[in-house]
Design a protein around this ligand. Structure first.
Ligand SMILES: Nc1ncnc2c1ncn2[C@@H]1O[C@H](COP(=O)(O)OP(=O)(O)OP(=O)(O)O)[C@@H](O)[C@H]1O
Length: 301
């Protein structure tokens, strides 16, 4: 498949801080590429460099084989924050105003239908629900018929139904052959939508592959989760490797029955025990020692 975006050794410093520190990746046309990481990992700074909004300190960004320039925004789809829309405008007025910024636009009727905006075209955009607002912002990002679309945490704060609706829309856009770069804090969203993901931490990419391959590379068998308190009743040392993150203990097991028997033999309480398949949340904990929201800290490995 053709590469639409090629990023090499991208770096951006703010004073002493290297917000983005030597990031390289390429994105295939027609795919959804996810950039994941905790607050402050450098995702927004990376995206803003790709959008031509922030200048890199060093590194190269090639869009369709050519370096990006100041007019790149004409070709990109950028989902802005709601605050970027002028007050008092209706949904329809907002669409018309944004259409005027571009040389080439998609017929508005098509966008209105795709993003399901028909029922509230005359409503002040500030009176929309969270899901409706995000669909309007998506329509604005698509208005110039871009091949590459940036969605920065598009479903944060939405209810489960609105998130699902938004995911369906993203898949419809992908089915048109468009490429999407998505940042999200939701691992289920990344697993559902992304063909490839890059996990960022402290300005660097620490893992990059398809969600399936990443899970296969880092986990074998099932994941057993125990309350850390359970270790208090341990007689002797744990008979296998484990990771303790905040109040949880994570054990990988290829033989669940055997592992549980060993835990019982060691006097470990199985109260609150969970057996599950590893997901991207678990991967993130394993790689960084902290959760995506930074609330969980690694205590012991
Ligand atoms: N204009 C700026 N001036 C100084 N520091 C900045 C600036 N922009 C970002 N930073 C710093 O760079 C680091 C990376 O920030 P960035 O917003 O890219 O992270 P992020 O992964 O997008 O986080 P979040 O998930 O919270 O949006 C942070 O420490 C941030 O405080």
């Amino acid at each position: 498949m053709a590469i639409i975006l090629d990023v090499a050794n991208l770096t951006r410093s703010f004073g002493q801080l290297k917000a983005v520190d030597g990031v390289s990746f390429s994105v295939e046309r027609g795919s959804c590429f996810g950039l994941l990481g905790p607050n402050g990992a450098g995702k927004t700074t990376t995206i803003e460099m790709l959008e031509g909004i922030v200048k890199p300190s060093s590194g190269t960004i090639l869009y369709q084989g050519s370096p990006i320039n100041d007019t790149i925004y004409q070709q990109l789809g950028i989902q802005f924050q709601h605050t970027a829309i002028q007050d008092h405008l209706t949904v329809h007025e907002t669409l018309k105003m944004f259409a005027a910024f571009y040389e080439r636009t998609v017929p508005l009727d098509q966008l209105i239908s795709l993003c399901q905006l028909d029922d509230f075209l005359k409503r002040d955009h500030r009176k929309l629900s969270g899901g409706q607002k995000q669909r309007l912002l998506l329509a604005l990002a698509l208005i110039n018929d871009p091949q590459l679309i940036f969605l920065d945490e598009p479903t944060t704060g939405l209810d489960p139904h609105s998130r699902r609706l938004f995911w369906d829309l993203v898949n419809q856009i992908k089915a048109q052959g468009k490429t999407i770069i998505l940042t999200t804090h939701y691992m289920d969203e990344a697993e559902y939508l992304c063909d490839e993901i890059a996990i960022m931490d402290k300005g660097q990419i620490i893992a990059k592959d398809t969600p399936d391959n990443l899970l296969k590379q880092h986990f074998s068998g099932a994941l057993i989760k125990l309350n850390a308190d359970a270790l208090k009743s341990l007689s002797g040392s744990m008979p296998f490797d484990y990771q303790q993150v905040a109040d949880k203990v994570l054990i990988q097991s290829t033989d669940i029955q055997q592992t549980l028997l060993q835990l019982i033999e060691q006097g470990v309480s199985l109260q609150g025990l969970q057996v599950k398949s590893a997901n991207l949340d678990d991967l993130f904990l394993k790689l960084t020692g902290h959760g995506l929201n930074n609330k969980e800290g690694l205590e012991h490995v």
